[in-house]
Design a protein around this ligand. Structure first.
Ligand code: PLP
Length: 400
């Protein structure tokens, strides 16, 4: 029988407790439920601690209003690829807005962060095509942090470039790999804030290594954009005054609370991506109405510092509320990882918390290494102090 592996692989997942299913989330009233971070499953309310709506901006009336305005002016659909007739005024204004915000010369919009990452690694990994017969070594090499997002890993390995991975935030190992490399074009890639633990990249050191070894630096800022910096500019704000990463990628689907992604870079790379990034060229542009709504979202993010302050304050309260035996990874983002270790134990804790009306995610292999299963909590600007107290009490009970 053809494709027999489908059922075999599913059976293996089930036997390893790694089988995943989706839950259809309901909302009693979308307005109330988002404001109070509540989700409903089978008629029961849960406090949502696994959302990526870090700043609580989803369903914000001003963003919704901008969306409606965008619909009226540009329509919902871009109706073609950006290179044909899909590049609208709303896209242009959003790109300019992001350039100003991050102080980068150019910006390019993608339909998702996953597509943007794949596209860039693919496009940058192409240089081996030219004059390969002249050299024996690989002309392009990517250096990825071990904990980089699946889309960076897939993009890098699917490209023609050689890929090396360094231990998470292990600068010594990275430097060794850079020293050994004979590639003409080197690129270090890292997340600004890491998805699973919420810890930060060692930005200053990455930048220093990039400078010494004549290497580009690529930052996936999915979890930092909107959260870090006094106007939410993300990782670039941590390097103020220093040399900036060559490329910043961030999704619009997390703190920015719309959909799509952007890449901020210099003029030449921008031009190159428009000409060679296949995910850009052969894909319908993001909705111009969503682009218009995103402009409003970024304005709110720049103005409303209280959202960032609240995440920090509530995170601090969570840390204070947890018993000493509970290990929480230190983080200045919304993401807080509570290390449980055993897969079974993390699932049990997850179940117990669910009974107490708390919805959070148990992160298990293969997403993280075996024996490092964890509970991932996201603290968002639409949580309140009572939510956090309740969470801490329930975690203390579940992880006794
Ligand atoms: C979510 C995420 C992405 C993917 O972004 P989407 O817009 O959701 O496709 C890429 N990189 C990282 C680090 C992410 O967390």
């Amino acid at each position: 029988m053809a494709f027999e592996f489908i059922n075999e692989k599913l059976a293996v997942q089930k036997s390893k407790l790694r089988y995943r299913q989706r839950f259809c989330i309901q909302h009693n009233d979308v307005n109330d439920s988002l404001q109070e971070a509540i989700i409903v499953e089978n008629g029961k309310n849960y406090l949502n601690f696994s959302s990526n709506d870090y700043l609580g901006l989803n369903n914000h009336p001003k963003i919704n209003q901008a969306m409606q305005e965008g619909l009226d002016r540009f329509g919902l659909c871009a109706s073609s690829s950006s290179l044909v007739t899909g590049f609208h005024y709303a896209h242009q204004v959003l790109e300019d807005k992001i350039c100003q915000w991050l102080n980068k010369p150019r910006c390019l919009l993608f339909t998702s962060g996953f597509a943007a990452n794949e596209a860039i690694f693919n496009a940058l990994g192409q240089s081996d095509h030219i004059n390969t017969h002249l050299t024996s070594h690989s002309k392009t090499q990517f250096f990825l942090d071990k904990l980089s997002h699946a889309s960076m890993i897939d993009g890098a390995f699917a490209s023609k470039a050689k890929v090396k991975r360094f231990g998470h935030n292990n600068m010594t190992q990275l430097e060794q790999l850079l020293l050994q490399s004979k590639a003409d074009n080197k690129l270090i890639a890292s997340e600004g804030v890491f998805s699973m633990d919420g810890d930060q990249a060692k930005l200053t050191e990455l930048e220093k290594l990039a400078e010494i070894y004549n290497t580009w630096l690529y930052l996936d800022d999915a979890h930092s954009i909107g959260i870090i910096g006094d106007q939410g500019q993300g990782s670039v704000s941590l390097l103020r005054g220093n040399k900036q990463p060559n490329i910043i990628m961030a999704t619009l689907g997390k703190a920015i609370a719309t959909s799509g992604a952007f890449v901020a870079c210099d003029e030449a790379l921008h031009d190159y991506l428009i000409n060679f990034a296949r995910h850009y060229i052969y894909s319908t542009a993001i909705s111009p109405a969503i682009a218009w709504a995103t402009i409003k979202s970024i304005e709110l993010i720049k103005q409303e510092q209280w959202r960032r302050d609240k995440i920090l304050e509530l995170s601090e309260r969570l840390k204070d509320g947890l018993n000493d035996n509970i290990e929480m990874v230190s983080s200045s983002s919304s993401i807080h990882a509570i290390i449980v270790g055993d897969e079974q134990k993390s699932l049990e804790a997850n179940e117990q918390l669910k009974k107490q009306g708390i919805w959070l995610t148990a992160i298990r292999p293969p997403t993280v290494a075996a024996g490092t299963s964890r509970l991932r909590v996201t603290v968002c600007a639409n949580h309140n102090i009572n939510n956090i107290k309740h969470l801490a009490q329930c975690l203390n009970k579940a992880l006794k």
